[in-house]
Design a protein around this ligand. Structure first.
Ligand SMILES: Cc1ncc(COP(=O)(O)O)c(C=O)c1O
Length: 383
């Protein structure tokens, strides 16, 4: 078997940049002071956090003081949604989200739905695009919060966030707009101020940073109830001794990603195009991801093939892909994202997600194409 791994599962997580690993090893070894300590070692750790906060704030075009570090995208989503709702219970009892959000958003909305709130889950079309007319009808003077993701993790569908913000604010200027930008940050230039976003969730391990680190942008003036209460770190928004190596590594990863953002976009666009066309030309398959979605994600359904079987055959050749999303693919339930898009069950069951990064090369696409062409006829069920 070829020893070199071909990793096309970058929406699940990414390989950290060498510079991130070097930095983190250095911080673990030499900069292990608690940022709350008053001595020099504490101050040095605090400086690292400050630098990372500034780096992420700069990339977003927001103030560093509007960036709060968390343990990742899931916690950022929780802090935004639960934190805002719990701090503003009297302002309204209506919530709006879409049917294709990540479980770390959807499950919180379901919790509030079971606890006295009215929740509208906005439909999407076959490309996964949120129905803007329905959104327009649903936002009312009772709507406390709307949460719509920027890029879908299974299909790469990109939502028109600026339009969404205009619709939300036109109907109720007090409705807060939260955006899960975990699959967008470091890939699409986003300025929450320009886009009309009040809160935005980010995750480090999707952009070649360490796992277990993320951030939440919260526009100045918004009140959130913290989920973690204690020593008052992160301006009391998120208590707990800071993950200094993780935060520092996240800041470095963000800096590198944004430096290469246009070049990487072009590179992964080419890789996605080659893989997609190669598959369409040679196999009985269809593209599920929308034509003008994120170039980082390609979702293809292979007629008569069980996705999991194809995935394991590919893994046997050191080629790593995903079925649906990494979060639900182990649970053996059909993807809520693809179901909401009206995708046929037979396609959902045969859908494979390929997701790319700066570390992928054309040669890997060619090897993968060859492998799939070879495997599919062997595992395809005859009708
Ligand atoms: C769109 C989206 N939101 C949130 C998350 C959760 O992020 P984390 O793994 O950092 O908790 C993910 C991870 O897959 C994601 O893709």
């Amino acid at each position: 078997m070829r020893e070199k791994k071909i990793y096309f599962d970058n929406s699940a997580t990414t390989r950290p940049y060498d510079k991130v690993i070097e930095d983190m090893v250095n911080v673990y070894a030499s900069n292990y002071g608690n940022p709350s300590s008053l001595h020099t070692m504490g101050i040095n750790s605090e400086k690292l956090i400050k630098e990372a906060r500034r780096s992420i704030g700069n990339e977003l075009g927001v103030k560093a003081s509007e960036v709060y570090f968390t343990s990742g995208g899931t916690e950022s989503n929780s802090l935004a949604v639960e934190g805002y709702i719990n701090a503003n219970l009297r302002k309204g009892n209506h919530l709006v989200t879409s049917k294709t959000e990540h479980p770390s958003v959807l499950e919180i909305f379901k919790y509030y739905e079971n606890n006295g709130f009215t929740v509208d889950y906005i439909n999407v079309d076959h490309k996964g695009m949120v129905d803007l007319e329905e959104l327009d009808k649903k936002i009312s003077d009772k709507t406390l919060m709307a949460s719509i993701m920027m890029v879908n993790n299974e299909t790469g569908t990109i939502q028109p966030i600026e339009k969404i913000s205009r619709i939300v604010k036109k109907n109720n200027r007090d409705t807060v707009l939260h955006v899960d930008a975990v699959q967008a940050f470091g890939k699409i230039r986003t300025n929450p101020g320009i886009s009309g976003i009040d809160m935005m969730s980010l995750s480090s391990h999707k952009i070649h940073g360490p796992k277990g680190t993320g951030a939440l942008f919260v526009k100045k003036g918004f009140r959130l109830n913290p989920i973690l209460i204690g020593g008052g770190q992160e301006a009391s928004m998120r208590s707990g001794t800071e993950n200094v190596p993780g935060i520092s590594g996240f800041g470095i990863a963000a800096g590198i990603c944004f430096q290469n953002i246009e070049d990487t976009w072009e590179k992964v666009s080419i890789l996605k195009g080659k893989l997609k066309n190669g598959l369409l030309e040679n196999l009985d398959c269809i593209e599920i991801s929308p034509e003008h979605g994120s170039p980082y994600i390609l979702n293809m359904a292979f007629e008569g093939v069980k996705a999991e079987v194809l995935l394991h055959h590919l893994a046997g050749e050191n080629i790593f892909v995903s079925t649906g999303s990494a979060c639900s693919s182990r649970k053996n339930i059909r993807s809520h994202v693809l179901s909401s898009m009206g995708t046929k069950n037979s396609y959902i069951d045969s859908a494979i997600r390929f997701s790319f990064s700066i570390f992928n090369e054309l040669e890997e696409v060619n090897i993968t194409l060859g492998a799939i062409k070879n495997i599919v006829p062997k595992i395809k069920t005859k009708r």
